[in-house]
Design a protein around this ligand. Sequence first.
Ligand code: ADP
Ligand code: MG
Length: 386
Amino acid sequence: MTADVAARATAGFRSTYGEEPAGRWAAPGRANLIGEHTDYNDGFVLPFALPLRTVAAAAGQPGERWTVWSELSGETVAFGADEVAEPGRVAGWGAYVAGVVWALREAGHAVPGARLAIASDVPLGSGLSSSAALEAAVLAALVDLGGLELPRERQPRLAQRAENAYVGAPTGIMDQSAVIRCRAGHALFLDCRDESVEHIPFDLDAAGLAVLVVDSRAPHRHADGEYAARRASCEAAAGLLGVPALRDVPADGLADALARLDDAETRRRVRHVVTEDQRVLDTVALLRAGKVRDIGPLLTASHASMRDDFEITVPEIDTAVEAALSAGALGARMTGGGFGGCVLALVDADRAGAVADAVTAAYAERGFAAPGHVTVLPGPGATRLD
Ligand code: ADP
Ligand code: MG
């Protein structure tokens, strides 16, 4: 068994720098419970933090120098003030770290020089937001080491800016909000229009439930181009309907809106976004009422909408959802942008193993590469460990 992720970060720090870290900061990966492709339509999302975490062991160093080791490649990347003067000067994974330093400096903070060692249990590129976990762990370390005045609610924007402007990845505000602001036993209800958040009780443990996360390990097929196409389609539809964003089409105005659109594909895209926003609101209402078990059908309906209307699923993903439901999951859906990534299934905690086995068997039968899986409860957001 591999050592605990925090212990691995500390061991990496010691062997790389020959000294003890001043502290350790952790940030989780995240899964979106429901609300897919609603973010850029100014709508609602409902992510929760995973117990899988990225840990940064760190200490200050004199001058404007930043050195970072990651267990991932065993590589150490070093950069100084010149490299963080403007985006693009640090490439590869070091860009996520340099981007955080850059964004802090852009916001007027005096960022302390630092040595960092990173270890992580968040799988990379599976849609569980290892990128935001890395940014948030590094950001928390730098804020504390430098005694910077940056309240938690302002940190997601800054981490997002690192990823958008320095790394060059066009992500919304959900990932960084989730990994920084989530609370254990809760999901984070985020309004992507005004970025307001509310912590919604999501106490799976008390209900005898768990979420099984299945990593489809499906290759991301044309995901960037398809994402851009969906986004363009939504923006064009909002324009045709004369609203700022599809969030402004209410669920009870959907039929009218669809009647005003000529193109069948556009109608499907709009129907997904409008019904998905409503499913987020319905999920929040059920969770507030303590009816955790009852959200299952909403999750499954969300999946059907992504498969049939938004057309962003792939055979591996649909197979995982069907197998999980057949094996007794209360609900299941793809989570993340689509064309690969992960599926989450709401399960009775004592059925998690059986549901995972059923998915693995269905994959073998279809000749797909074996999926990964982990059973989770909603964990805390970014935090200092010691
Ligand atoms: P996701 O966020 O869904 O995992 P992304 O493509 O957004 O996928 O981010 C993955 C990238 O983030 C990796 O390719 C790597 O550059 C960087 N990254 C994430 N975690 C680490 C880590 N622990 N060490 C080094 N780089 C990391
Ligand atoms: Mg990411």
